[in-house]
Design a protein around this ligand. Structure first.
Ligand SMILES: CC(C)(COP(=O)(O)OP(=O)(O)OC[C@H]1O[C@@H](n2cnc3c(N)ncnc32)[C@H](O)[C@@H]1OP(=O)(O)O)[C@@H](O)C(=O)NCCC(=O)NCCS
Length: 323
């Protein structure tokens, strides 16, 4: 059977780093409060010349270099983002053009922080369906553009950045010994819209709007939703937490990550954590964390890796990949 095998990873971060202490003159907060409640110590913030398209392009180029490929080898680009350069066309198409790629096709996926998990699952279906052989899957965000910088309950949590994977069609035997995407479980429930949303849009206010969140409510649902979807993925693949080599969760809050890993019985040393360095970069958070763990030699060929995310909508999902 056809499997979607990871061939390369890459990442890109804005030049400017903003530390927790840099908020102290802007809103009533402290480095201690932010670090203790979230695990975040710093985040990258995009300058005017750094956009979702430019960061996505840089991450894509890094992933292509890592894979030893060029844009000519790619058939499809799937970009997960909630902060596109324009309402349309899709920012994926802009990245396609920036890469000098004038064949194949490209589109955006919008599932907020779960966007990358949705995009990997979608790319896997295109590959297994025979519609594409090599797919660039990108998560790129500039959430700093939609933050209310006077709202201390949200502005300290998010950052900008991009990460990318190259997925390639490979032959598998149909067992979980295969390399590639092995199992996935996606969920959404629009009943939770008002807990995490942006208060603007083309069809309502005609403006971009700002991120609004009831943090405590999101926190309350997060661990249960995350663990449900991971257990569904485990049972699809016929594995337990002990079989995992790495858990790469969405990087929103260290307390949510710790509580989910604990509930699932995933050992602490198997959890990849980058929320301290990047903050919550929404759809970019999982591929950024993956890139860090691949670059520092933790994630190696043959490892069993679990990706997970949860975000606005609510949307949530998990993907199991043999590296
Ligand atoms: C946002 C979050 C960190 C807040 O932590 P918490 O422990 O739930 O804190 P609470 O919301 O109960 O707020 C406690 C107090 O801190 C205050 N507070 C909020 N932000 C603050 C900040 N940046 N600095 C200092 N105090 C802050 C609140 O106003 C509240 O004060 P009050 O008790 O006087 O009303 C936490 O709820 C969270 O991480 N939620 C999930 C958010 C998330 O991950 N979203 C993305 C999902 S993709």
């Amino acid at each position: 059977m056809i499997r979607s095998v990871v061939r390369g990873t890459g990442a890109a971060l804005p030049r400017r780093i903003m530390k927790n202490a840099d908020f102290e003159g802007m809103v009533e907060t402290s480095d201690e409060w932010i670090a203790q409640r979230t695990g975040i110590r710093q985040r990258h913030i995009a300058a005017d010349d750094e956009t979702t398209a430019s960061l996505g392009e840089a991450a894509a180029r890094a992933a292509l270099a890592n894979a030893g490929l060029t844009p000519d080898d790619i058939d499809l680009i799937v970009l997960a983002t909630s902060t596109p350069n324009n309402t349309f066309p899709a920012t994926a198409v802009e990245i396609q053009n920036r890469l000098g790629m004038h064949h194949g096709f490209a589109f955006d996926m919008q599932a907020v922080c779960s966007g990358f998990v949705y995009a990997v699952t979608t790319a896997d279906l295109y590959i297994r369906g025979g519609l594409a052989k090599r797919v660039l899957v990108i998560g790129s965000e500039t959430f700093s553009r939609i933050l209310d910088w006077s709202d201390r309950s949200t502005c300290v949590l998010f950052g900008d950045g991009a990460g990318a994977l190259v997925l390639e069609a490979g032959e598998g035997t149909g067992t979980i010994a295969d390399r590639g995407v092995l199992a996935a479980s996606l969920r959404s429930d629009g009943a939770h819209k008002d807990k995490l949303f942006v208060d603007g849009g083309p069809s309502t206010t005609g403006t971009v709007g700002h991120l609004r969140m009831e943090g405590r409510e999101v926190f309350k649902h997060a661990v249960g939703m995350i663990t449900d979807v991971i257990e569904a993925t485990f049972s699809q693949a016929g594995i337990t937490a002990d079989d995992l080599d790495w858990f790469v969760p969405h990087q929103a809050n260290k307390r949510i990550i710790d509580a989910s890993a604990k509930k699932l019985g995933i050992a602490e040393q198997k959890v990849v954590v980058t929320v301290d360095l990047h903050g919550n970069t929404s759809a970019a958070s999982v591929p950024l964390a993956l890139s860090v763990a691949v670059a520092d030699g933790r994630i190696k060929k043959g490892d069993l890796v679990l990706l997970e995310a949860m975000g606005g909508g609510f949307t949530w999902g998990a993907v199991l990949v043999r590296w």
